[in-house]
Design a binder for this molecule. Structure first.
Ligand code: SF4
Ligand code: SF4
Length: 203
């Protein structure tokens, strides 16, 4: 099991102020606890900023989500920011499919004991608690950096490949490249605050 927890409004509000928003909401699978009512209250509070919303199951399924993106293309085109309500996998899938958009997650993903589910997914989430995707362009530094760095790159990457495992890309190089492409490199300046590891299984 894993549990999704809605982030505090004060964490999200500065990121989306005066922005046009498109929302992806994953209604989950049976192995994920998703707080539907709390999410709906949060979304209702966004009011006029929302230009469209898609609610679906299995946002982690890349082909499935790709079809939804095509179906909502005109609303997504109008949006300046994409907000995702899902576990960390779903948020990464949306981010990877909408490379020219700023994608923020509104959720933290927490580990719970028990069966972790079987889903078709390309990206991993270590269910670390306080999700860091909003600092890193939607790419997970916990699951995808060999050293789990929160302040990479470590300086050891060669030609965009990881120093520890040259068979994988250096995710911190990808994070910097993506933020630069979006004109969001100043996001990295927000990385100064300490991560809350208390809710993580690896704390
Ligand atoms: S930072 Fe990575 S491991 Fe942590 S919740 Fe987000 S996607 Fe999952
Ligand atoms: S090379 Fe990149 S992915 Fe590998 S450990 Fe260093 S920062 Fe992490």
């Amino acid at each position: 099991m894993l549990a999704v927890q809605i982030k505090a409004e004060q964490e999200i509000a500065p990121l989306i102020s005066s922005k046009k928003l498109f929302i992806f909401e994953c209604l989950g699978c049976r192995d994920v606890y998703y707080p539907v009512e709390e999410a709906e209250q949060f979304i209702a509070g966004l009011k006029e900023g929302v230009v469209g919303k898609a609610s679906l199951d299995y946002l982690c399924h890349r082909e499935f989500t790709h079809e939804y993106i095509k179906a909502y293309a005109s609303e997504i085109e109008k949006a300046q920011v994409i907000l995702v309500f899902s576990c960390g996998v779903g948020a990464q899938v949306v981010s990877s499919l909408l490379e020219d958009k700023i994608v923020y997650t509104c959720c933290d993903t927490l580990y719970l004991n028990g069966f972790q589910g079987l889903t078709v997914q390309e990206f991993d989430c270590d269910q670390c608690g306080e999700c860091y995707l909003n600092y890193t362009g939607g790419l997970c530094p916990i699951a995808r950096c060999s050293k789990h760095l929160l302040n990479g790159p470590c300086g050891g990457s060669q030609d965009g490949k990881c120093e520890v495992d040259p068979d994988i890309p250096c995710v911190w190089q990808q994070i910097v490249d993506r933020l630069a492409k979006l004109g969001q490199l100043d996001t990295l300046e927000r990385l100064g605050t300490a991560k809350n590891w208390n809710v993580s299984p690896v704390s």
